[in-house]
Design a protein around this ligand. Structure first.
Ligand SMILES: Nc1ncnc2c1ncn2[C@@H]1O[C@H](COP(=O)(O)OP(=O)(O)OP(=O)(O)O)[C@@H](O)[C@H]1O
Length: 237
């Protein structure tokens, strides 16, 4: 079942200056899709287009009817005046979550990410990794159908990264679909079901690792080799 269908003909920040072109893919139930590409390729622009943040867009973005999504931005954003618990309460109020359930889930996530002792502090004052963990907790509290996650690994320590991957797998088993942009290719290669590779604002290759290898003509290549081929044109240089 398709949860998100992306058909972007073009999109950009200013009229007449389109940055991404012809980016088409979908995210199905239970799938983890890796959005891969060099700096400036257009990954965040693709994500912003999906979120409806760019007015200058041609094409269509369709979420399954009534699908809820959570977005985790590359740089964490918090309300200055709210503690982490107050952020959770705020989301719960907006989403009309059952109090007992979300509080239980929040406590569990706070404990797993080792933030329970900091839950009554302002996340704006957390370290970078703690902020990233807080964003991930906030994204999971609503049990979304679709996650859109822009580079989750920056700042996470190895234990937090392992925990995040475990929780994401659980979310996939629950049926959530996940679109995740990342530069951590060895991890992406292990955990993603399919990949969307973009360069210069264009879709360059898409599919499973096998499909991508075939499209790059690198039958034994790693995801990094394929990335290098797409970004630089030659895997041995
Ligand atoms: N707010 C903006 N206004 C105008 N141009 C922008 C804006 N944000 C990004 N761009 C441009 O869009 C292009 C694609 O940037 P984007 O942030 O989508 O890349 P990315 O693939 O996410 O890169 P990175 O891996 O570095 O995060 C770049 O040329 C960038 O300069």
């Amino acid at each position: 079942m398709t949860l998100l269908d992306v058909n972007i003909k073009s999109a950009g920040y200013e009229k007449g200056k389109e940055i991404i072109h012809n980016i088409h893919f979908n995210v199905k139930k239970g799938e983890l899709i890796g959005l891969i590409g060099p700096n400036g390729a257009g990954k965040s622009t693709t994500i912003k287009t999906i979120l409806g943040l760019l007015e200058n867009k041609e094409g269509t973005i369709s979420f399954k009817e009534n699908a809820k999504y959570s977005y985790v931005p590359e740089r964490p954003i918090f309300y200055d005046e709210l503690t982490l618990w107050e952020h959770l309460d705020f989301i719960a109020a907006v989403e009309a979550l059952q109090e007992k359930e979300y509080k239980e889930k929040a406590r569990e996530l706070l404990e797993l990410y080792k933030l329970e002792e900091h839950a009554h502090e302002f996340p704006g004052k957390y370290s970078k990794g703690m902020q990233q963990k807080a964003m991930l907790i906030l994204s999971m509290i609503t049990n979304p159908d679709v996650y859109i996650i822009d580079e989750p690994f920056i700042g996470l320590d190895p234990n937090a990264m392992k925990l995040f991957l475990r929780l994401i797998e659980t979310e996939q088993q629950r049926g959530a679909g996940i679109l995740m942009s990342t530069h951590v290719l060895d991890t992406a290669e292990k955990v993603c079901d399919r990949f969307i590779m973009i360069h210069n604002g264009q879709l360059q290759a898409a599919g499973t690792l096998e499909d991508i290898r075939e499209q790059c003509n690198l039958p034994d290549g790693s995801l990094y080799d394929c990335f290098h081929f797409i970004a630089e044109g030659n895997p041995d240089e």
